[in-house]
Design a protein around this ligand. Structure first.
Ligand code: HXC
Length: 510
């Protein structure tokens, strides 16, 4: 027995070395951790249960039969994050650049199948160059199998991708079909094909950073949801995020104990909105002051900053927050903001996460740039997402709710459950000046008359009371009581049951 145990230990030690000491050193020199070091940081101490440590590829092309490495470039298994089960796979760049072979794919699909069957989240740590070139169609087929499972799992279990090295081909397409993508600054890249292929095909000279670095994907393309400075920070933040997420689409949100009283009154909110309706204020401040312990996990913090999206807790229960940000473009809804928020609303609805919407929006952004870019369709995405959502929806209008954007931002008319407004709310088709210039066009030559008309319009419409008179606003609340009122509303909605008519699936304007 001793001999076989020793043999096992030897094989294990060998497998743990992946591509060998030299390649591990190269990985460290690039500022990256190895697959196993990453898993150690991501999971609770000692909780990792590894599968398929001894798998080898079966390729005999290009002399590959002479290079077999136990594990074949990916470490797979399951473990816990703060006590809750997650499945994971971590690409090992030290083995054939983490590229995916037929057997490597089988390791991943085994984990995907287990995660789906057992209804727990799956996390992929990517550091890999896509399909293993030497394997040809076997590798492509392997990726097809992974993609299919990404799609079947979508909306059933959370799927999280962390990009931690140069990633190409299938190693970006599979993440693209998951719920969230996180990147590491300066060491991770995402592209369909790398700079060398770009040069060959388009004769364009571009660096990996310019083509698909964290900055590009978090602020320009919006492919990635957040970026972190290094592997350690990224993995610790993923742990933090997982605490907000339900394990699947039926378990409901996790509930964490909190010392923050639901009855907490926040006096400073009474003066958050400036007297001048055109002066911005920071919506982050409102979020921080009403959620449990001010803890807000923002999603897409560097993209379309005119709208904020992220997770927080109210009385220990996770909520998704969507909030216009008056500090950026006055909080206007444009194509990017609409797409960003729509995807977030849909994530929350898939996984039964209640939605809190904080509204201060002057409308949709006019102009040719937006219209040519498809604002109508992108805006419709957000409208569609809110209107189809059946989770509890609580809305607070702090200031402007103008035009179509009033309807879109979780209004009563699209099944907002509890809709509050602050006394500073202005609910109207548009701002007073714009409105008067249209309906009193003939008087435009008389500035005094126009000023009077503007004043009249403001008195009549720049308040929440017309909407409240009609029941479109359930109650005008004191800003300082917002946390209390919102907590109570979500509590009241805890067992909300609402079903959309049966359909195969809807046809959201993509
Ligand atoms: C086999 C690969 C590989 C691959 C990298 N390697 N990618 N081996 N198949 N796809 C190997 C390299 O040969 C090298 O081996 C080691 O991994 C490290 O790679 P380097 O190139 O030295 O590293 P780096 O300079 O950091 O560049 C990383 C990279 C680049 C950007 C990922 O390697 C690259 O562009 N690879 C090819 C990407 C690609 O086009 N993949 C196919 C995509 S098609 P040695 O032994 O020298 O250390 C695809 C289909 C899916 O995925 C379908 C999508 C819809």
């Amino acid at each position: 027995m001793k001999a076989v145990i020793e043999e096992l230990e030897k094989r294990r030690a060998n497998a743990r070395l992946g591509g060998g000491e030299k390649r591990i050193e190269a990985q460290h020199n690039r500022g990256k951790l190895t697959a196993r070091e990453r898993i150690d940081l991501l999971l609770d101490d000692g909780s990792f249960e590894e599968f398929d440590m001894f798998i080898e590829h079966r390729c005999v092309e290009f002399g590959m039969e002479k290079t077999k490495i136990s594990g074949d470039g990916v470490v797979t298994g399951w473990g816990t994050i703060n006590g809750r089960i997650v499945y994971l796979f971590a690409k090992d760049f030290t083995v054939f650049g983490g590229s995916l072979s037929e057997t490597h794919a089988r390791k991943i699909t085994k984990i995907q199948d287990m995660a789906l069957k057992n209804r727990a989240p799956i996390i992929g740590l990517f550091d890999a160059g896509g399909a293993r070139i030497q394997e040809g169609v076997d590798a492509l087929g392997g990726y097809g199998e992974v993609f299919q499972r990404n799609v079947l799992s979508s909306g059933v279990i959370p799927q999280i991708s962390v990009i931690m090295g140069p990633c190409a081909g299938g190693d970006v397409y599979s993440p693209a079909m998951t719920d969230f993508i996180f990147m590491v600054r300066d060491t991770s890249y995402m592209f369909v094909t790398g700079p060398d292929v770009v040069k060959t095909v388009t004769n364009e000279t571009v660096t990996a950073e310019e083509l698909g670095g964290a900055k590009v994907h978090t602020s320009k393309s919006s492919v990635a949801d957040r970026a972190y400075d290094n592997d350690v920070e990224a993995l610790l933040q993923i742990r933090r995020m997982m605490d907000f997420l339900p394990s699947n689409n039926t378990d409901g949100v996790p509930v964490l104990p909190t010392m923050d009283s639901a009855e907490r009154i926040e006096q400073s909110l009474d003066t958050l909105v400036p007297d001048n309706p055109n002066t911005p204020y920071n919506m982050h401040e409102l979020i921080a002051k009403i959620v449990d312990e001010g803890d807000f996990f923002e999603i897409q913090d560097a993209f379309a900053k005119n709208i904020l999206t992220g997770f927080a807790r109210m009385e220990g229960h996770t909520v998704g927050i969507i909030a216009n940000q008056p500090m950026v473009l006055a909080g206007v809804l444009d194509s990017d903001a609409s797409r960003k928020a729509a995807r977030f609303v849909r994530f929350c609805d898939c996984f039964e996460i209640p939605i809190l919407t904080l509204v201060d929006v002057p409308g949709f952004l006019p102009g040719t740039a937006q219209e040519y870019g498809g604002l109508i369709k992108h805006g419709a995405k957000l409208l569609f997402a809110y209107a189809e959502a059946t989770v509890p929806k609580v809305t607070v209008i702090t200031r402007k709710a103008y035009g179509g954007a009033y309807d879109v931002m979780s209004s009563k008319h699209i099944r907002g459950d509890v809709n509050y407004a602050w006394p500073s709310a202005e609910i109207a088709v548009m701002g007073a000046k714009g409105a008067v210039e249209i309906i009193y066009r003939s008087e435009l030559g008389d500035p005094e008359k126009i000023a009077g008309r503007i004043k009249d319009y403001e008195t009549r419409f720049a308040n929440p009371f017309v909407a409240a008179e009609r029941g479109y606003i359930d109650e005008v609340i004191l800003p300082r009581t917002t946390r209390k009122r919102v907590c109570r509303a979500f509590n009241m909605l805890r067992h909300k049951t609402l079903e959309n008519p049966w359909k195969k699936h809807d046809n959201i304007p993509l």
